[in-house]
Ligand binder design. Structure first.
Ligand SMILES: NC(=O)c1ccc[n+]([C@@H]2O[C@H](COP(=O)([O-])OP(=O)(O)OC[C@H]3O[C@@H](n4cnc5c(N)ncnc54)[C@H](O)[C@@H]3O)[C@@H](O)[C@H]2O)c1
Ligand SMILES: [Zn+2]
Ligand SMILES: [Zn+2]
Length: 258
C-alpha cells in the first residue's frame, strides 16, 4: 500500500508499505478520506517529535476491510470513522472517563501517527477496535464526517471541559479548524457572547461569534479581551493557536477583572 511517512523534520515522503496483518481485537480499514491537522504541521516542522519511519495521520474515514477475532457488532464493508484518540477502553483511566490519558500517560490515548502507524495510507490497522469504531449514518457522505475523528471532537471537547454555562461570555483565541469547532461547541453549550480572535479574518468565525477586530501580538490578548468586554472579566477563554503566545490571556478569566 502507499503511505505518507515521516522521514525527518521538513520531510514526509510517499512510500510502499505492506498492508498490516489483523490480529485479535483489531480492525483493518480501507481509507477513503482523510485530512491534515495542525498537529501534522508541528510534526513536519519537527516541533512535535515522532519516530522516523512512522506513517502520519489521525483523521480516518473508510470502510471495514477485515475484522479480528473478538470484534462484534460490525461487518466487513460498513463505512466507519475511527477516533484520533484510540484508547483501550478498559484501563483505569479509560473507565474513569479520561480516554485521552489511556494507560496513565499524557495523551497516551493518541496513537495514530504518534505511537503507531497512522491513516495517511491506503489501509489502517485499528487496535482495540471494539472501543474505537463508529458507523457513519447512511445519509452522510465521507466528506461530511471528515472533521469528526479529531477536529470537531477536539473543539467540542474544549468547550465541554471548559464547563461553559448558559449566558457566559467566552473568548476563543484562534479560528483555525480547531478554534472554529471550539467556537461552534461554545455556542452549543449556551454562551451568550463569544469573542473570536485570530490574525486572519474568516467568514465562518463572524457567523459564529463576535469578531475582535485586531491582529493580536503575543502580549495583546489580555488587552483584546478587556477591550471587547468593556473591562469586565471573561467567564471563560479557550486557546487553539498551537502557540504559547496567548498564555497572556490567562490573567483575564472569571473573577480577575484587569
Ligand atoms: N486533541 C488535541 O489536543 C488536538 C487536536 C487537534 C489539534 N490540536 C492542536 O490545535 C492547534 C490548532 O490546530 P489547527 O488545525 O486549527 O491549526 P491552524 O494552524 O490551522 O490554525 C491556527 C490558527 O491560529 C491563529 N493564530 C496564530 N497565532 C495567534 C495569536 N497570537 N492570536 C490569535 N490567533 C492566532 C492562526 O492565524 C490560525 O488561524 C494546533 O497546535 C494543533 O496541534 C490539538
Ligand atoms: Zn489532529
Ligand atoms: Zn485505556
Amino acid at each position: 500500500m502507499k503511505a505518507a511517512v515521516f522521514v525527518e523534520p521538513g520531510r514526509i515522503t510517499l512510500e510502499e508499505r505492506p498492508v498490516p496483518t489483523v490480529g485479535p481485537g483489531d480492525a483493518l480499514i480501507r481509507i477513503t478520506t482523510t485530512t491534515i491537522c495542525g498537529t501534522d504541521i508541528h510534526i513536519l516542522k519537527g516541533e512535535y517529535p515522532v519516530r522516523p519511519g512512522l506513517i502520519v495521520g489521525h483523521e480516518p474515514v473508510g470502510v471495514i476491510e477485515e475484522l479480528g477475532e473478538g470484534v462484534t457488532g460490525y461487518d466487513v464493508g460498513q463505512r466507519v470513522i475511527v477516533g484520533a484518540i484510540t484508547p483501550c477502553g478498559q484501563c483505569y483511566h479509560c473507565l474513569d472517563g479520561h480516554q485521552a490519558q489511556c494507560g496513565g500517560k499524557p495523551i497516551g490515548g493518541w496513537r495514530f501517527g504518534n505511537s503507531i502507524d497512522g491513516c495517511q495510507a491506503e489501509y489502517l490497522l485499528v487496535p482495540n477496535a471494539q472501543a474505537n469504531l463508529s458507523l457513519i449514518p447512511d445519509g452522510l457522505t465521507d466528506e461530511q464526517v471528515l472533521m469528526c475523528p479529531d477536529i470537531m471532537s477536539t473543539g467540542f471537547g474544549g468547550a465541554e471541559f471548559g464547563q461553559i454555562k448558559i449566558g457566559d461570555t467566552v473568548a476563543v483565541f484562534a479560528q483555525g479548524p480547531i478554534g472554529l469547532c471550539v467556537t461552534a461547541g461554545t455556542k452549543l453549550k449556551g454562551a451568550t457572547r463569544i469573542i473570536v480572535v485570530d490574525l486572519i479574518v474568516r467568514a465562518g468565525s463572524c457567523d459564529l461569534g463576535e469578531l475582535a477586530p485586531i491582529a493580536p501580538r503575543p502580549t495583546d490578548c489580555r488587552r483584546t479581551g478587556s477591550r471587547c468586554t468593556g473591562g469586565c472579566a471573561l467567564d471563560q477563554r479557550s486557546v487553539a493557536t498551537g502557540r504559547d503566545s496567548v498564555a497572556d490571556s490567562n490573567g483575564f478569566v472569571r473573577g480577575r477583572c484587569l
